[in-house]
Design a protein around this ligand. Sequence first.
Ligand SMILES: Cc1cc2nc3c(=O)[nH]c(=O)nc-3n(C[C@H](O)[C@H](O)[C@H](O)COP(=O)(O)O)c2cc1C
Length: 192
Amino acid sequence: MGPHGEELESTLLQRRSTRAFRGEAIALSELAALLHFAYQPAAYGAVGFNPDPDFFAREHVETFVAVSRVEGLEQGCYYYAPRANELRQIRFSAFAKELHFLCLGQELGRDAAVVIFHTANLEGAIARWGERAYRYLHLDAGHLGQRLNLAAIRLGLGVSGIAGFFDDAVNEVLGIPLAEAVLYLTVVGQPR
Ligand SMILES: Cc1cc2nc3c(=O)[nH]c(=O)nc-3n(C[C@H](O)[C@H](O)[C@H](O)COP(=O)(O)O)c2cc1C
């Protein structure tokens, strides 16, 4: 195992779900690194990681990022375009209060620096793959969530998966297209 493998191993051993955030900002470079590790696995082949991890239908899982506290990035909601590795702003507003509500009143949502929404066009996926797509897309979202978790732990940030949220309200508040069903959330911030 090379040096990167050893670092990955120690990160795996440290991996935890953070239980509370301080409500402070993360750096734009940290957000960029998280997204890059989760969505650009091909870039990590050179250091000995799997450059082509298995997904069911990764192209059906979309990513929206609600930004509350990122130095150098305006608050609002962004679409993450994986091919371009680019954030595109779709809403211009501060959402911390709404995120608290959308996460069923969980403080993790309110105090997070960013809340990452894993979504899928379920109708399109089911038309293409049948009803079992519903199950497999959640596994894909979980896989992406755990990559984000590992990257956050490696950077000394706090992170948690969140399955408790108001499904339909999320789309309305954040401006996520209604066809995109929210599967799962990842919250990231400064750990308390
Ligand atoms: C799919 C999923 C959904 C979760 N939903 C929530 C949640 O809504 N609220 C919360 O506080 N933690 C949530 N968690 C975090 C779990 O509580 C945490 O992962 C669990 O306690 C195990 O701890 P560990 O990740 O440190 O091993 C979720 C985790 C996963 C994987």
